[in-house]
Design a protein around this ligand. Sequence first.
Ligand SMILES: NC(=O)c1ccc[n+]([C@@H]2O[C@H](COP(=O)([O-])OP(=O)(O)OC[C@H]3O[C@@H](n4cnc5c(N)ncnc54)[C@H](OP(=O)(O)O)[C@@H]3O)[C@@H](O)[C@H]2O)c1
Length: 355
Amino acid sequence: MKKALVTGISGQDGSYLTELLLSKGYQVHGMIRRSSTFNTGRIDHIYRDPHNGDKTRLLLHHGDLASSVSLANLISEIEPDEIYNLAAQSHVRVSFDLPEYTGDVTGIGTLRILEAIRRSGIDTRFYQASTSEMFGGAAPPQTEATPFAPQSPYAAAKTYAHWVTKNYREAYGIFACSGILFNHESPRRGETFVTRKVTRAVAAIKAGKQKHLYLGNLDAKRDWGYAPEYVEVMWRLLQHGEPLDIVIGTGESRTVREFLEEAFGYVGLDYQDYVRIDERYFRPTEVDYLLADPRMAREVLGWEPKIKFKDLVRIMMDADLELLGLEAPGDGKRLLSDRFDGWHRWDDQLVSMDK
Ligand SMILES: NC(=O)c1ccc[n+]([C@@H]2O[C@H](COP(=O)([O-])OP(=O)(O)OC[C@H]3O[C@@H](n4cnc5c(N)ncnc54)[C@H](OP(=O)(O)O)[C@@H]3O)[C@@H](O)[C@H]2O)c1
């Protein structure tokens, strides 16, 4: 049985990746950080408490990207075949408020893992969660050859992590790869990220629980994809014959305003009646236009996204409407059952881990 270690297992991507790995027969070790409240809501549906006599292939361990000791101990004790580093202070706007912490966790945290791998001497494959934010001000479309121009402490920290991953590959022969992922969303996206903030607010407005939605830059253009499809490419990258860095996106870019039109329009509302601008949500330096050229992912890994912008909005809207007990049009659910024939279903009932 293959063993994987996943940092950031309690996040959006960590939860989907864990479902994927369990469905492929892996034993999954997840690193969670200590918190005064439970932070495992996204993986509770797949966790089985061994104290109840349940067999489980999902094991959780406390650790932190700020602690070399915890990382070194986990890696030498588990001896994973694959390590997915998804943990990060991952919010761009917040990184302007917490620049030092973001640099430490998102940047140096990656170095701590690589150094633990090197010192342990184990034969493992390493995935680094790089980001399109590293392209920052670079002209679109962005490819593997586009020079980085980071525009935030988050992007600068991720750029460091990206380069040090490449350096450990070249210097020490570690099978270390980076997926340069453009924005990817889902019903599990954190509530403060713009897409989820919008879909939650539309549902709350429809339910009569909220009057207005406050946002920043509506003209930013992003290449938005569906998270479960993106975690599959992380896994494929580590199964590839050689380590490499690769751009993952849909090849389609839309503004935040278009996202609003689509989400409000889905329930018959006009976003202009509800959206207000709050200067606090603008970043000191903005990233205007991100658009992936995902040709290499298609040619080298045979990966192509099935869920594009409009479908994504519907999937997220259906989920947030249902969360508030409202009747959802159901287009998103139908799309998923038609087009997404893989291991994941949006309502999370698919994975059985006790085989
Ligand atoms: N989603 C995107 O569009 C996108 C695009 C490109 C790259 N990325 C990168 O891909 C990764 C996964 O994204 P995501 O959307 O799943 O992010 P997310 O939902 O914000 O999850 C981040 C995870 O990191 C954990 N974490 C934060 N600080 C930590 C620390 N000091 N030590 C250990 N764990 C820590 C969080 O734990 P808690 O649950 O305790 O907070 C959470 O599990 C991130 O590295 C992100 O920067 C994301």
